[in-house]
Design a protein around this ligand. Structure first.
Ligand SMILES: Nc1nc2c(ncn2[C@@H]2O[C@H](COP(=O)(O)OP(=O)(O)OP(=O)(O)O)[C@@H](O)[C@H]2O)c(=O)[nH]1
Ligand SMILES: [Mg+2]
Length: 415
């Protein structure tokens, strides 16, 4: 196992406590298979332009690195190419940052073709400006974290080859994306409503999907256990079947290249009827987690309504439950372990996504007789009468279809 020292700058503007942030960085390091040996935190007005921590601190760190057999230093913020180079010159070991670590984990996790292409593209775009061309700089990378590509591959570190590879990845990705767009259009035309699970990594999204749909999905106490989107059928309490999608978890400071690379996947969230924003009610600082999820949703321009779902309710005391209920009155508390709150969740989804069925009295001119076929297919036709004004129909339909049929609704009872 590689051994790491984590470094962080504590500023007045930090959105969360530096220790909490480093706990998370340590989890990320663990997930990537790196053992954390020590942490160095320096309070500063802002990170040093050249060496992130002050140069004095970095020089002190050199002795520690030598005597403790450290393989890698990992910064809690994204380092500029210059910072990475300067710190590397002093310490002469591998230097990484939060972004590189997240990319490395994604590379290990991506299973689908599309996921692998997206991750490799993000990795190479991140790597390119950090390849100074000097052979020495490259050899410092050695092996292990930060050098692994998706699957079994090792990342290419030759600038010229990287450029060509980026271009070819882009083309391949376009093909895959257009294929999936096709499938997505089909799903949309079928008019099956879809809810999408979103939330911070490790919030319990996959566990919830498994419990709701009875299908097997990978859930684990790891960050980014899920990378590839997955869609399953969910039978709601009113016997209506809808689709529910699992997605990649979000995290604070999610690398920009990664958001860009996963844009196509994330864009799909915009097509959802409703988002279920899953929050780990046992997570440290869940307010910060909620904000970072909302920030990412804003970044991709997603304005779909969402329902807050607090997970792992089985671990909460009555007091904690009441606290959450007071802070988030519309939220649903659920447990994928005991199943508590799941019926309530189903009912809330029906209400919030307007999924209930309604009985409508409709009147169409004969020129719009196509609607009758549509009603037979997607609704339940009760009565049909024909007269000189046109076609009169009573039918039970979904709220979604009802909205489309608005111009044809008539008030009076049909005989
Ligand atoms: N006690 C308890 N643990 C839960 C519950 N739901 C999930 N967990 C645990 O929380 C951890 C994360 O669950 P996942 O379902 O993988 O979380 P996720 O949101 O899909 O995470 P990523 O895919 O990594 O983003 C696992 O160890 C689960 O066993 C729950 O209702 N109660
Ligand atoms: Mg998951």
């Amino acid at each position: 196992m590689e051994r790491a020292v984590l470094i962080a700058v504590k500023t007045r503007w930090d959105d969360i406590d530096v220790d909490t942030s480093l706990d998370e960085l340590e989890d990320l390091a663990n997930t990537a298979g790196v053992e954390t040996v020590a942490r160095v935190i320096q309070a500063k007005e802002s990170p040093d332009k050249f060496t992130y921590l002050g140069i004095g601190r970095i020089e002190e760190l050199r002795d520690f690195v030598l005597t403790n057999d450290i393989d890698v230093v990992i910064a809690d913020d994204e380092l500029s190419p210059l910072q990475m180079e300067k710190i590397g010159e002093v310490l002469e070991i591998k230097i990484m940052d939060r972004t590189g670590l997240i990319l490395d984990i994604f590379a290990q996790r991506a299973k689908s073709k599309e996921g692998q292409l997206q991750v490799e593209l993000a990795q190479l775009r991140y790597l390119l400006p950090r390849l100074k061309g000097s052979r020495e700089g490259l050899s410092r990378l050695g092996g292990g974290i930060g050098t692994r590509g998706p699957g079994e591959t090792k990342l290419e570190v030759d600038r010229r080859i990287v450029r060509t590879r980026i271009a070819s990845l882009r083309r391949e990705l376009e093909d895959v994306v257009s294929h999936r767009e096709q499938q997505r259009k089909q799903r949309k035309e079928n008019q099956v409503p879809q809810v999408s699970l979103v939330g911070y990594t490790n919030a319990g999204k996959s566990s919830l999907l498994t419990k709701l749909t009875g299908s097997q999905t990978y859930a684990a106490d790891q960050l980014f256990a899920t990378l590839d989107p997955l869609v399953r059928r969910w039978l709601l309490p009113n016997n209506q079947e809808i689709l529910i999608a699992d997605t990649v978890g979000f995290i604070r400071k999610l690398p920009h290249d990664l958001i860009a690379a996963f844009r196509a996947t994330l864009e799909e969230l915009k097509d959802a009827t409703l988002l279920l924003h899953v929050v780990d009610s046992k997570g440290i600082d869940f307010d910060a987690q909620i904000s970072s999820v909302n920030e990412t949703l804003n970044a991709i321009g997603c304005k779909v309504p969402s329902l807050m779902v607090f997970s792992k309710a089985d671990l909460l005391s009555e007091g904690e439950k009441n606290f959450i209920k007071t802070m988030y009155p519309d939220a649903i508390l659920v447990s994928a372990l005991t199943g508590q709150g799941l019926d309530e969740l189903g009912e809330a989804v029906i209400k919030k996504a307007h999924l209930g069925k309604v009985e409508l009295n409709l009147q169409f001119p004969y020129s719009s007789i196509d609607w009758l076929n549509r009603l037979y297919e997607d609704g339940e036709v009760k009565t049909v009468t024909y007269d000189e004004e046109g076609l009169k129909v009573t039918a039970e339909v979904s709220m979604i279809l009802a909205e489309i049929l608005l111009p044809y609704i008539v008030e009076e009872e049909l005989s």
